[in-house]
Design a protein around this ligand. Structure first.
Ligand code: SF4
Length: 276
């Protein structure tokens, strides 16, 4: 709680200080800077069908292609004056890139819905997919659908990553949790971690999470965060290290009393450290 006195002009009477109370009951992560203090839609549960991500991803690729085509159209006459084959080559290159991007999205969708990863992880969930997720999130923001699209994107990422069937030793797995879990969720995480003997770290900021990873050198990570924080974390870490990302529900708004699916967490931890 903070108190703030406002100055009163001397000519005005009677001098009466005004006390303004500012309740500081949570520390917002910077991803939530623009939160207006109102309850989050759906009680802070942003679950969404995977199809939502695929639709927005197609829109994102179309928007990127259209932006590149517009640029080429505008600079086309100068390019043609410089070298006609160069201008033609740029258009052909753009067409090829658009075709490749469409093919990539189709393979991604076929992998997800066909229940079989058609590309190695470096070309899929630990490769270009991470970039696609982030560009798609930018487009989704323009439509006010950010959290739902990010949730769907993370679900697809987890499904693809889980299918790789990775196994690591107990000491090689790291569980990273945020500071905003409810007591019930925190107790549940600690209980699971104790049962499977895996270390748990509270990462108050992304920077700290990256430091813990650098110092502990795990071979896999189960991370817990809201959709917004998870997107940043996956973008920074998943290319270097296998990560499974558990998103949360935020019934009391961002950065406080977050709830998680403990059964899902246990399933992932158990799967990663199981020896059979
Ligand atoms: S993970 Fe929790 S503390 Fe971090 S930004 Fe999301 S809601 Fe806030």
């Amino acid at each position: 709680m903070a108190a703030l006195h406002t100055a009163t002009p001397p000519s005005q009477a009677p001098p009466r200080a005004q006390l303004i109370h500012i309740e500081v009951d949570r520390r917002l992560g910077h991803e939530w800077d623009e939160w207006n203090g109102r309850p989050l839609p759906g009680g802070g549960d942003f679950s969404a069908a995977p199809g939502l991500f695929f639709r927005f991803a197609a829109l994102t690729l179309a928007a990127l292609a259209a932006a590149a085509a517009l640029l080429l159209y505008l600079i086309g006459p100068r390019l043609a004056a410089l070298s006609p084959p160069l201008a033609r080559g740029m258009w052909i290159g753009l067409g090829a890139a658009a075709g490749l991007a469409t093919l990539y999205l189709s393979v991604l969708a076929a992998s997800f819905y066909g229940r079989r990863n058609l590309l190695p992880e470096r070309l899929m969930e630990r490769g270009p997919y991470l970039q696609l997720m982030n560009y798609t999130s930018l487009i989704a923001r323009a439509f006010g659908k950010r959290d739902w699209v990010e949730h769907a994107a993370i679900d697809i990422y987890n499904t693809l990553a889980e299918r790789r069937g990775r196994r690591v030793g107990k000491g090689e797995l790291l569980v990273l949790i945020p500071r905003c879990l409810s007591k019930q969720a925190l107790d549940g995480v600690l209980e699971i971690a104790g049962r499977y003997e895996v270390p748990v770290f509270v990462a108050t900021r992304g920077q700290l999470a990256r430091r813990v990873i650098r110092e502990r050198r795990p071979r896999a990570v189960v991370a817990v965060a809201c959709e917004r924080d998870m997107m940043t974390g996956l973008r920074d870490v998943a290319g270097k290290l296998p990560v499974l990302g558990l998103t949360m529900q935020l019934p009391n708004g961002p950065c406080r009393d977050a709830a998680i699916d403990l059964d899902q967490m246990e399933k992932w931890v158990q799967g990663l450290v199981s020896t059979s």
